[in-house]
Write a protein that binds this ligand. Structure first.
Ligand SMILES: NC(=O)c1ccc[n+]([C@@H]2O[C@H](COP(=O)([O-])OP(=O)(O)OC[C@H]3O[C@@H](n4cnc5c(N)ncnc54)[C@H](O)[C@@H]3O)[C@@H](O)[C@H]2O)c1
Length: 348
């Protein structure tokens, strides 16, 4: 079988291995990294129903003793209660510091599994096995872990790199269309911020999943290696997200993350020419429409501006917004919030 391996140099260096059917190789890939340890597999109810038995069989065949913990599918499980329950489960199973966590699922499981691994016994190793397109190209790469608290999403977390990411692209065959499309918004984002060739390829649908996932992972790897702890260039990955998060929040999370990011990218693209940068708004809107995204904003400039004021990335009176110079070349522009209000009124 043909696999791609992408190496990440960070505070803990690791490989991301991508390929169709690679789940069968998971045990063999982990062996040199984890040795002969016990594994706590964290997954959600949907992934468990589809692939829970098969992953446990693969691990058993590779000689691993593994136990499994299943959380209800959905963002609501990325919470303090699930974190504590999973930590208690690992303690009850008497997992030791040489044992490891396998996060088998989408971004919810990946974020919760990573945070649990960073906390249990002050840190055990963990492996990400992403099962959504979003988790494959985004959340499983870069070591950000988190849970949500009542005050907001992802407000509690850590930077904690995995020992391995094993991405079996065949698992995405069972994703509901809307969930797969959410991941496509992130894929398009990578093209706009850093790779015009990738962007061109995304006009051919369906795209070559293995090649596109591998390219997106390389782009995220390159960014994370320069700015692991998110103090600078990693902010580029937020293209469309500043406005997207505001829209998600305003909709009380009724608008999916991908759809909100798509709307947010179009707002950013419309603002760019008003800041003396190029205008890619029409062509980006056309590409997003090909993927079935509704790119209109259901909220007024005023509503989005007010939601932005609580953005956790705001620094004093300034919010950094990612704006395109051209497709494949974006820049972080710090904008005073008052100016942002004016700009939003002109584009929405
Ligand atoms: N850590 C990071 O850097 C980072 C980056 C981006 C997003 N995130 C986080 O990721 C989360 C979103 O991730 P997500 O979109 O993967 O959501 P998710 O984990 O909730 O998965 C979406 C849905 O798909 C289902 N699913 C997963 N794999 C499946 C499969 N192979 N077949 C069928 N159904 C499957 C899940 O059960 C769930 O219902 C958010 O919490 C977000 O904050 C983290």
């Amino acid at each position: 079988m043909k696999y791609s391996t992408i190496h990440v140099e960070a505070s803990r260096s690791y490989d991301i291995v991508i390929g169709r059917g690679i789940l069968a190789e998971l045990g063999g890939l982990m062996r040199p990294l984890l040795g002969d340890c016990r594994l706590a597999v964290l997954t959600d109810s949907n992934v468990d129903a589809l692939y829970g038995t098969i992953i446990m069989e693969h691990l058993q065949h590779a000689g691993y003793k593994a136990c499994k913990y299943v959380i209800p599918a959905g963002e609501a499980s990325k919470c303090a209660e699930s974190l504590l329950s999973f930590l208690n489960f690992m303690a009850g199973e008497q997992l030791t510091r040489s044992d490891a966590v396998v996060a088998f699922g989408g971004g919810v499981v990946g974020d919760l599994g990573g945070l649990s691994a960073s906390l249990y016994l002050r840190g055990v190793k963990y492996v990400q096995v992403p099962t959504t397109l979003l988790a494959a190209v985004d959340s499983s790469v870069g070591g950000k872990t988190a849970i949500d608290i009542p005050a907001g999403k992802n407000l509690v977390g850590s930077f904690y790199q995995p020992s391995l990411v094993c991405c079996d692209t065949a698992l995405m065959d069972t994703l509901p269309k809307e969930i797969y499309r959410d991941g496509c918004a992130e894929v398009i984002k990578y093209g706009v911020i850093l790779d015009s060739e990738l962007y061109k390829k995304l006009h051919t649908l369906p795209f070559d999943r293995e090649a596109v996932v591998a390219r997106c992972v390389e782009i995220k790897r390159d960014v994370v290696q320069q700015d692991e702890f998110d103090n600078g260039i990693r902010g580029l990955l937020n293209f469309g997200h500043t406005f997207g998060h505001a829209i998600e929040k305003l909709s009380n999370f009724g608008i999916s993350h991908g759809e909100a990011v798509a709307k947010g990218m179009v707002i950013a693209a419309r603002i760019a020419p008003l800041c003396g940068l190029c205008d890619i708004a029409d062509e980006l809107s056309a590409l997003l429409a090909e993927y079935g995204f509704d790119i209109t904003s259901p909220y007024s400039a005023e509503e989005i501006y007010n939601a932005l004021l609580t953005d956790k990335k705001r620094r004093g009176g300034t919010i950094s917004v990612v704006l395109p110079h051209s497709v494949g070349d974006c820049t972080l522009v710090p904008l005073p919030v008052e100016e942002l209000k004016d700009l939003l009124q002109k584009v929405i």
